[in-house]
Design a protein around this ligand. Sequence first.
Ligand code: ADP
Length: 408
Amino acid sequence: MLVRRILESRNYRVVEAVNGLEGIAKAIEIQPDIILMDINLPDLDGFSVVTRIRSEAALASTPIIAVTARNVEDDAERAKAIGCDSYLSKPFGVADLLEQVETHLAKPRQTEDVSRTEQYLREHSASLVGELELKFNELSTAHEELSVMHERLQRLDEAKTDFINVAAHELRTPLTMVHAYTDMLRAHPKLSGDETIGEMMSGLRKGVDRLNDIIQDMVSIVRVELSTMELAYSPMPLRLLMQSVVKSITPSLQKRNQTITVNIPDSLPMVVGDDKKLLQLFSRLIGNAIKYTPDFGKIVVTAGCFEEKTQQTEDQFVQVAVSDTGIGIDKKDQGLIFEKFYTAEDASLHSTGKTQFRGGGPGLGLTIAKGIIEAHGGRIWVESDGYDPENNPGSVFYVLLPAYDSRE
Ligand code: ADP
């Protein structure tokens, strides 16, 4: 800006380029009377740009002044060798700049006598920079295309979230009515004695509950996406939390003849978090372990404590591992299963049941689990040797949660 102001105050017309590629293009296009070339540029460096500019016959004698913030001893010499006429090192005075510009404008550049070898080398350097320029141009076009695609994908993703949000709210109201009428029918004196009607009513109620769960997942996913999940923090012992989880999933375990073992050391510090959300999180992880493990499988929950030290902080975490003896997860899917709607299993195995072996759901569970953990300032990841429904290598889901510091 300073250079522009100084030069414009002397009635020079100044055209700027923000990087080397633009510099080359503009120099060729407008054929300036003099070029001020910054050496530190974001793409090609100034020396390469000068090499390229000098290879254009129309610019072969345009004066070029190299401008640099570096104070490298041989930069001035290098600038000359490459084809600059002089060298200004920042910070420079107004008088210095004007003097150099005026001198070089007044005295056109002399073509030097160079040896044949040197001439070949210059041509070779110019052609190398020409190739680089092409590659940079291709890269920057690809980068622009990627940015456009990225923006489009982001907009599509937002549209998807908006749709889920609206659909959840639209479905919720009629479902509340169905729920209320089902309860009223169940309690109706004319119907309550009839066994067949009673069975139908409980089937209806089960369906309503399942629909409610799905709508609740849709609402949760929107909260995760918009980062509006509200948490009520309190310290709690993990052992107690796990007892509640195990109690709620026992019927599913029995249905599938599976066992669960929970190993939590007495010395484990309490975790800090929202008990309802954490209950939901571990129920989901164990629920998945049940779903993706064959009958008679084993699920093990272990926990430990460790410290993470950085230069400024020393944080204590509780690490919980939920392992199963199931079908495992392919390495390429291990990062993706936490994305919404992503399912690693064949979609034709989809099941609305909660416990059926390999009966995948809509692919929202782990996205919600990750959202819950991240809202707590924790992390979640999975380890598995791979997907193999024949040999069942199993999977381990790890969860890190901030530990309660009793000194706080
Ligand atoms: P879904 O509703 O399909 O179960 P999730 O988000 O809970 O969705 O899980 C995403 C996918 O991750 C599942 O479809 C399944 O392919 C895979 N997955 C999750 N947990 C396990 C597990 N314990 N073992 C094997 N695969 C799993």
